[in-house]
Design a protein around this ligand. Structure first.
Ligand code: NAP
Length: 547
């Protein structure tokens, strides 16, 4: 830590309401941050663009939306009573259940009164002389806060296709990440789904059940493992609850935030028989998890030949399930397994055996235009009543870029990150004192069980703020050297794996023109937590604290 001291006063005539902290976003991260800061006795205002709480789980209301981390691990751990009293119903709870949980938490801790819904933060400008952030909303509200905490979500800015004509379509259009609150009926309709990532894979089987005809436009096939979702076994739920402290600790110390048996061997260090027996177990076991396939061997995500064994195992299963060999071939991914976000699905491959479902490969004949009556690829025209865009997000930086964030000397965060995000620990950025990004770029975030990463960041930020208050520190700012070293480390950690070798939103390649860098830290949540804790223990090493 470096300490400097300066004297300043708030500007006179300041018309903005003064509070201690602004939190942007009322999803899992923002609500938890609010609760922690209120416990510290701070005055907090949360702004939320949606007209309800829940962030991701508010907006992703499409049929089939559910989390792909087990319910028992995908919830808050901060309150032992809360974790005991809430009863989960399924291995992977659907969106309505998650939204009920979030609203229950909001009521239980009386969080609503500090959340302003339907209000989008448009700008955050740092006033160095006052060491305060001036936050402006789209409703014209201006508030002055010591701390600005961005809990804006990693996947909250939907991305559309980059082709002309979207606005000309006369039928109904939907983006999975901005789904209407009312129930949408697809019975007897001709429906297009564009995109086969996690959202597409979840929505496609359900739409296929009622639509007259469903056409799926696939650019890149994904590795889809069977979710094997089921009603939660009460015995299992009781068991986890009885040892929740140990379970939480193990998850926090793990690589992806979901503890797994420690792998000791590479995939090619065991016999083919042993390897396939493991893959078969993960594929077939009703209690297995996505991450098991990724970390069952030490080198699945880092060695091309080892990775290929998992990839081929899944391709073989696709060929077994899909009746038409030509369709099966189109559904078989060619690239590495696990380093473009793998997916859990229910009846996904089976859906392509239905007579009312057609798969169109747009990797060779791309989408060319959305028309008044449907869409056209470079080869064929289609007519639809409904188009569903399951086309993903401007991930990690999209929501931060959407706010005009200006730090010391009016410097813009957007411009600072023009060649890719530069952060210290994925939590802070030099030149932007007292601004924190929950699960920001450069932290494990999307490469982990989000609940584990959210809680770790919220706790760390709350501790930092508490320390500042106790010690009379007015501003905390990352040092440029520390920031550069961390950002280098994030890139180097990525380079030790296969992640940068494939196109995916993890490296920003899904958004034309976005810098291609590793947007999340792959070093593992356990190691990352240790690093963050060490920084704090070393008197906030790498930060300048100004009194
Ligand atoms: P995504 O993974 O980015 O998938 C977007 C899909 O749209 C891809 O198949 C992409 O093809 C396609 N696409 C985009 N632009 C296109 C174009 N111009 N022409 C043709 N195809 C186009 O987005 P997502 O499915 O919404 O998922 C995003 C992330 O959210 C997931 O990776 C996951 O982390 C999270 N998520 C989780 C869950 C869950 O927990 N179960 C559910 C939904 C989402 P390319 O691959 O060729 O780019």
């Amino acid at each position: 830590m470096t300490s400097t001291s300066e004297h300043s006063e708030f500007p006179t005539g300041q018309e903005a309401r003064e509070i201690d902290a602004v939190v942007v976003g009322a999803g899992f991260a923002g609500l938890h941050m609010l609760h922690k800061l209120r416990e510290l006795g701070l005055s907090v205002q949360v702004y939320e663009a949606g007209d309800g709480l829940g962030g991701t789980w508010f907006w992703n209301r499409y049929p089939g939306a559910r989390v792909d981390v087990k319910s028992m691990y995908y919830n808050y751990s901060f309150d032992p009573e809360l974790e005991q009293e809430w009863e989960w119903t399924e291995k992977y709870p659907p969106q309505p259940e998650l939204l009920r949980y979030i609203n229950h938490v909001a009521d239980r801790f009386d969080l609503r009164k500090d959340v302003r819904l339907r209000t989008r933060v448009t700008a955050a400008v740092y006033d160095e002389s006052a060491a305060r952030w001036r936050i402006t909303t789209d409703r014209g509200e201006v508030v002055s806060a010591r701390f600005a905490i961005m809990a804006t979500g990693c996947l909250s800015v939907p991305k559309m296709v980059e082709i002309p004509g979207i606005e000309t379509f006369r039928g109904r259009s939907f983006h999975t990440g901005h789904w209407p609150e009312r129930e949408v009926d697809f019975t007897g309709r001709r429906v297009a789904v564009i995109g086969t990532g996690s959202s597409g894979v979840q929505v496609i089987p359900l739409i296929a059940r009622t639509a007259e005809k469903l056409t799926v436009f696939q650019r890149t096939p994904n590795y889809v493992l069977p979710a094997r979702n089921h009603a939660i076994d009460p015995e299992f739920q009781r068991g986890i609850k009885s040892r929740y402290r140990d379970v939480r600790k193990a998850n926090r110390e793990s690589g992806f935030g979901i503890a797994q048996p420690e792998a000791t061997k590479g995939a090619l260090e065991v016999s083919e028989q042993e390897r396939n027996a493991f893959y078969r177990k993960v594929w077939a076991d009703k209690d297995s998890e996505l991450v098991s396939m990724m970390v069952g061997f030490t080198d699945t995500l880092s060695d091309e030949a080892s990775n290929e064994t998992a990839a081929q195992f899944i391709r073989d299963r696709i060929a077994e399930i899909v009746a038409d060999p030509a369709v099966a071939q189109l559904l078989q991914p060619a690239g590495f397994f696990g380093v473009k976000r793998p997916v859990l699905g229910t009846d996904y491959y089976e859906t392509f055996n239905r007579p009312n479902v057609r798969l169109v490969d747009v990797s060779t004949t791309p989408l060319a235009e959305i028309t008044a009556s449907g869409l056209a690829t470079t080869q064929e025209s289609f007519e639809f009543d409904d188009i569903i865009y399951a086309t993903g997000y401007d991930a990690m930086t999209g929501a931060l870029d959407a706010i005009d964030i200006r730090g010391r000397d009016g410097a813009s965060l957007r411009e600072k990150w023009a060649a890719g995000p530069v952060t210290y620990l994925g939590l802070t950025a030099a030149g932007f004192p007292n601004l924190f990004t929950i699960t920001g770029p450069g932290s494990p975030s999307v490469l982990s069980n989000m609940m584990v990463s959210i809680e770790q960041h919220v706790d760390w930020v709350a501790d930092a703020i508490d320390t500042m208050r106790t010690r009379g520190v007015k501003a905390m700012e990352a040092e440029t050297d520390a920031e550069q070293a961390w950002t280098r480390h994030v890139g180097e950690a990525g380079d030790m794996t296969l992640y940068p070798k494939v196109d995916s939103w993890y490296v920003g390649s899904n958004v034309p023109g976005k810098p291609r860098v590793m947007y999340a830290y792959i070093g593992g949540v356990g190691a990352y937590r240790e690093k963050c804790d060490q920084v704090a223990a070393d008197d906030y090493d790498g930060f300048t604290l100004t009194q």
